[in-house]
Design a protein around this ligand. Sequence first.
Ligand SMILES: [Mg+2]
Length: 214
Amino acid sequence: MDFPLDQEGVWCEVLRRPVPGAAALFLDRDGVVVDDIGYLCRVEDVVLIPEAAAAIAAANARRIAVILVTNQSGIGCNLYGWQEFADVQQRIVTLLAAAGATLDAVYAAPHHPEGRDAWRHADHPARKPNPGMLTRAATEFGLDLKRSWMIGDKSSDVAAARRAGLGGALHVLTGHGAAERQRLAAMAGDGFELRFGASIADALSLPILSTAAA
Ligand SMILES: [Mg+2]
């Protein structure tokens, strides 16, 4: 099977091309959209976090691009492969569709400082906390990053959002959120808004989702 990988080996999948100039809701995957069990790679282990589909559907209704951005060092470290990733993604897409929710694009960075061969990279620009996956999507789709938000459970998600020039990030307590929250104190400011929530359900109160549907 052919996988949608760029020359660097980053997964860049377009499911539905966003409206040009759209704001985006960038979502970390593990611990935000699905339970983070650690190196999720089996279809039967995919469990959606409650309200994930509702939050995504709300963004869909407002023509906000919904873009999954996930570090997948398990691939870089040979714990599983792109086929397992593809199968898990298909399951997530199917579960979301059953609840009326659609992802517009998916980016996954397999590199890791201790990865194997081509995936070994000390600080790959696509791997969060670097902003490469977000800026790549912005270029690809002409997104309005200033109006865009990120939802993540790790400080690296928030850092990637800030470095990409997003309007803000919502940090949630699902996944690794509780352990990571104390690292976030200094990350707000300079036009970057940091909000704290319990889960992706709190996306519904973000500025881009709490106004009337387009
Ligand atoms: Mg996560």
